[in-house]
Design a protein around this ligand. Structure first.
Ligand SMILES: [Zn+2]
Length: 581
């Protein structure tokens, strides 16, 4: 099985696959030392000391009544019997006995306010804040929880404790994500996870897409799948989250989702989903190798163990195309457009936790929430356990990325590696487990499909203000040139053009796909135009946004109108910048 064989190897498999784990560390160290002037942190392997308070299980709130798990099932009792309710009974507003609706937006606000009010103490801070506004004007609420009361919203990253950002309901039809984050919020504020706040601070955004929840639809009010909007930042919902990540610079970002249970799987394989949870970390070109290892060893492995200990099954996240003839199964995308991948390129560990829930209403809701709570509790504890190591790794990779400017090649696009494997499903009639052999596109092993010499930075014409504003929102430093200069650059020249191209996601806007050749020449850099240096920690987001011939780029998506608005600066430049930003 691919999962098991991957676990035996070091990340990334492409380079280190034949090495045993111990040699792997040494080789990775040697490789990184060889290509960097930055001192390499030793890879910590010994378990950190247990943190008091962190090892306790999440105690269930006192049971109030048997949980409602009704709904119109897309399958019979024999399948349902495979998913019994957990021993814990969760009691958020939307999970109250007899309820038919999940927690409303108004109830969510009241819940967070009441948690914050009750949690106030001299050595703890719990504060509700508006992270932004949805397209229909609903507040996108956040809860800051910290054991460091000196932390202030006005200067949020002053705490030396690592920050974790938990995000729910980017999709309006994935309710267990929100309900679980309400449970986690309470347990952190005044419950069994409270002890963790001595070591970390946590920001919870239980519902990133309140309009989608109100309407019962997956997408935001204007039909955009905000999960794929984290590079482009077209929606106010994605922009609110980008702002939070820039303000707090979390070491860990967790996105809670749910996945389709029957639908396409019933249609293509006459089977329904078996796994309680599908999980994935950042899988995109240019994600630092050490963060892949941290994701795998410090988070993914303990999380799957925690789920197994609760009798819950899990596997890598996967999906399948809408075309009923296309039976290919693919892991979550390698494109740098999802929060999982974009937040990874902000040098965080970035995880997606999806539960078995789309299309089944309230069925198994207690089990779905329990699955989320179990997985999220595990990753919070991992952060406490690895707090010091995470800071060191993050600081290392930030320097490492910065020192790569002007050097070697940078990957612009990478593709999944096709293969086959078996996945477990259930027979919709009998509930019997069926192992199905499927074509499987793995994004754990990425194949670079387009590379280019890595520039020292990008020049942007003065007219590129929409792009500049978004790059800054991603946390990139963009400077305005105060005095005209010249530089050796590569400019883009179109060799093929196709407009009106739609992407693979339903509701994708039309994009422009071009092929380009680059030409090296001296160019003028007029006063008032912009420079994005690549010797900065989030440099790979500039690459993702500004190389025009990729599907997710700002040019392809019409944030930049002309190829001539961008040039690749190929030598270090000495320029005078305005003292803005
Ligand atoms: Zn989702």
């Amino acid at each position: 099985m691919l999962l098991r064989s991957f676990l035996r190897r070091c990340a990334p498999p492409r380079r280190l696959s034949s090495w045993p784990a111990s040699a792997c560390t040494a080789l990775a160290a040697a490789l990184l030392t060889a290509c960097s002037s930055t001192p390499l942190p030793p890879w910590p392997t010994a378990p950190a000391a247990q943190t008091p308070g962190a090892a306790r299980p999440v105690a269930p709130p006192p049971p109030v009544a048997p949980a409602p798990s009704g709904g119109t099932p897309p399958y019979g009792a024999s399948v349902s019997a495979k998913f019994p309710d957990p021993p814990t009974v969760y009691d958020t507003p939307g999970l109250a006995p007899g309820r038919r609706a999940f927690t409303t937006n108004a109830e969510l606000g009241q819940w967070l306010e009441s948690i914050a009010a009750q949690a106030r103490s001299p050595n703890k801070l719990a504060r509700v804040f508006h992270a932004g506004k949805s397209q229909r004007g609903a507040p996108i609420l956040g809860l800051l929880l910290t054991g460091d009361p000196a932390t202030d919203r006005a200067s949020p990253d002053t705490s030396d404790r690592p920050t974790v950002l938990l995000i729910g309901a980017q999709h309006g039809d994935e309710p267990a994500s929100t309900e679980a984050l309400l449970v986690i919020s309470r347990e952190l504020a005044q419950g069994m996870l409270e002890g963790l706040l001595k070591h970390i601070q946590v920001i919870v955004v239980p519902r990133a897409n309140p309009d989608g929840i109100d309407a019962g639809t997956r997408n935001t009010a204007n039909g955009v799948d905000m999960n794929h909007d984290h590079l482009l930042l077209n929606t106010p919902e994605a922009r609110a989250l980008a702002r939070l990540v820039s303000e707090y610079r979390p070491v860990l970002v967790v996105e809670a989702h749910e996945f389709t249970v029957a639908g396409r799987y019933l249609q293509k394989f006459n089977a329904v989903q078996r796994y309680d949870a599908l999980l994935q970390y950042t899988t995109t070109a240019n994600y630092p190798e050490f963060l892949t290892r941290a994701s795998q060893e410090w988070y993914f492995e303990p999380m799957t163990q925690a789920l197994t200990a609760q009798g819950l099954t899990s596997d890598w996240y996967y999906t399948t195309p809408t075309d009923p003839q296309d039976k290919r199964i693919s892991m979550g995308t390698a494109q740098p457009d999802t929060g999982r991948n974009v937040n990874g390129l902000k040098n965080a560990v970035s995880l997606m936790i999806a539960t078995r829930g789309v299309g089944i209403g309230r069925m198994h809701i207690q089990r779905r929430v329990h699955t989320q709570v179990t997985a999220i509790t595990s990753v919070l504890k991992s952060t406490v356990k690895r707090a010091t190591d995470l800071k060191r790794v993050q600081s290392f990779v930030e320097r490492e990325v910065s020192t790569q400017a002007c050097r070697d090649q940078v990957v612009l696009e990478a593709a999944a590696t096709p293969g086959q494997r078996n996945l477990d499903f259930l027979d919709p009639e009998t509930g019997a487990q069926r192992s199905i052999h499927v074509d499987w596109d793995s994004t754990l092993a990425l194949r670079p499909t387009k590379s280019r010499a890595r520039p020292c930075g990008y020049w942007l014409a003065a007219s590129s203000t929409a792009a500049v504003e978004r790059l800054r929102l991603l946390g990139l430093q963009v400077m305005r040139i105060a005095e005209s200069g010249t530089a050796l650059a590569e400019t883009y020249h179109e060799t093929a053009h196709e407009s009106g191209v739609r992407g693979p996601i339903a509701g994708d806007p039309e994009t422009v796909r071009v092929q380009v050749a680059v030409q090296r020449r001296a160019i003028d850099l007029p006063a008032g135009s912009f420079y994005v240096p690549l010797n900065q920690p989030r440099a790979h987001l500039a690459v993702a946004a500004l190389e025009p011939d990729t599907p997710h780029s700002y040019f392809a998506n019409r944030v930049l109108d002309e190829l001539a608005q961008t040039a690749r600066i190929m030598v270090p430049v000495s320029l005078v910048f305005e003292d803005t930003e």
